[in-house]
Design a protein. Structure first.
Length: 310
């Protein structure tokens, strides 16, 4: 298997656990097909609620259900759950520390051909700014399944974002993860690439390209954005010559700025943030947009080289 879907890994894992756990509920927003959660709804009718195209209501209802002792997973396109429903996420979920898991699918530019209304290049920034809420962006289906299992037991607010299409496999089946620790994919002392989500695979390839040129790069999967693994970041800043962050998100308020916060306060080092610039982005599929905005392995490697040359 070379590719698999993070959203399908989430829904299949959740359904398996929920069969034995009546406290686990799912809430949908007329997007069961997009989320791939229809099988859950068809089988576990007493543990599922459909709200229609009403994301604000869905988050509010999920928070209410959680206050009866349930662990509620509210699902839908990331662009809408992280923007249209932001007030409900802030007040009903985060401030109340409700046991709600907000699962945004088709995140980043997964819906690229549909234009700016369907992008979520803001969600890391908005969600990490709220108190009490954890933020996860798994890099592949293996990790998405592992995070989902963790969320079925974790009590408290969480935002998890996945993409839409199948993505390259980064980890073997059964890989173990510490949920608040970054995963080091390869070690190196010349530079470090810190990535999240679908960018992790491209960062891994960039590390391979640089190794072919005799440059040893540490590649770090920062799948838990909040709480951030400051220890791993500081260690990388002190043990390498430069840091490059890569994310499918605006360069404002996302992974890069979160890492920069840690670096500037603890171990100042040369750094470059790669992501989407502050402009109305082009229309296209993920592959086209990653290439245009410099988020492919070759261009990430080039960014590392330019930073090292300085």
């Amino acid at each position: 298997m070379t590719k698999a879907s993070c959203r399908k890994a989430f829904t299949s894992t959740l359904q398996v656990v929920a069969r034995q756990r009546p406290d686990i509920w799912a809430v949908a927003t007329d997007s069961r097909g997009s989320v791939t959660i229809s099988p859950f709804f068809n089988e576990l009718t007493e543990q599922s609620v459909e709200l229609g195209i009403a994301e604000q209501n869905a988050v509010a209802v999920a928070a209410g259900i959680s206050l009866t002792g349930k662990n509620v997973f509210v699902t839908g396109p990331a662009a809408f759950l992280a923007a249209r429903s932001f007030e409900q996420v802030k007040v009903d979920v985060a401030y109340n520390e409700a046991n709600v898991k907000i699962i945004g699918v088709s995140g980043g530019v997964s819906y690229g051909p549909l234009g700016g209304t369907h992008t979520s290049l803001h969600d890391i920034a908005s969600m990490r700014a709220l108190p009490n809420i954890r933020v996860y962006i798994p890099s592949d289906a293996v990790q998405a399944s592992a995070v989902t299992k963790h969320l079925t037991d974790y009590k408290g607010p969480v935002y998890m974002r996945t993409g839409r299409g199948d993505v390259e496999v980064v980890y073997p089946e059964g890989e173990a993860f510490e949920m608040e620790k970054a995963k080091i994919i390869r070690d190196g002392s010349d530079a470090a690439i810190i990535a999240c989500g679908e960018m992790v695979y491209h960062a891994k390839l960039a590390g391979d390209l640089l190794a072919d040129r005799g440059i040893n790069v540490r590649v770090i999967d920062m799948f838990c954005i909040k709480p951030l693994d400051a220890e791993t970041i500081i260690k990388a800043a002190r043990e390498t010559k430069a840091l490059v962050t890569v994310e499918e998100h605006s360069v404002f308020g996302g992974l890069g700025e979160a890492v920069a916060h840690i670096v500037v306060e603890n171990a100042p080092a040369p750094m470059k943030i790669l992501g989407f610039p502050d402009e109305e982005y082009k229309i296209g599929n993920s592959t086209e947009l990653f290439d245009y905005y410099g988020l492919t392995a070759k261009k990430i490697a080039g960014g590392v080289l330019r930073l090292l040359e300085k």
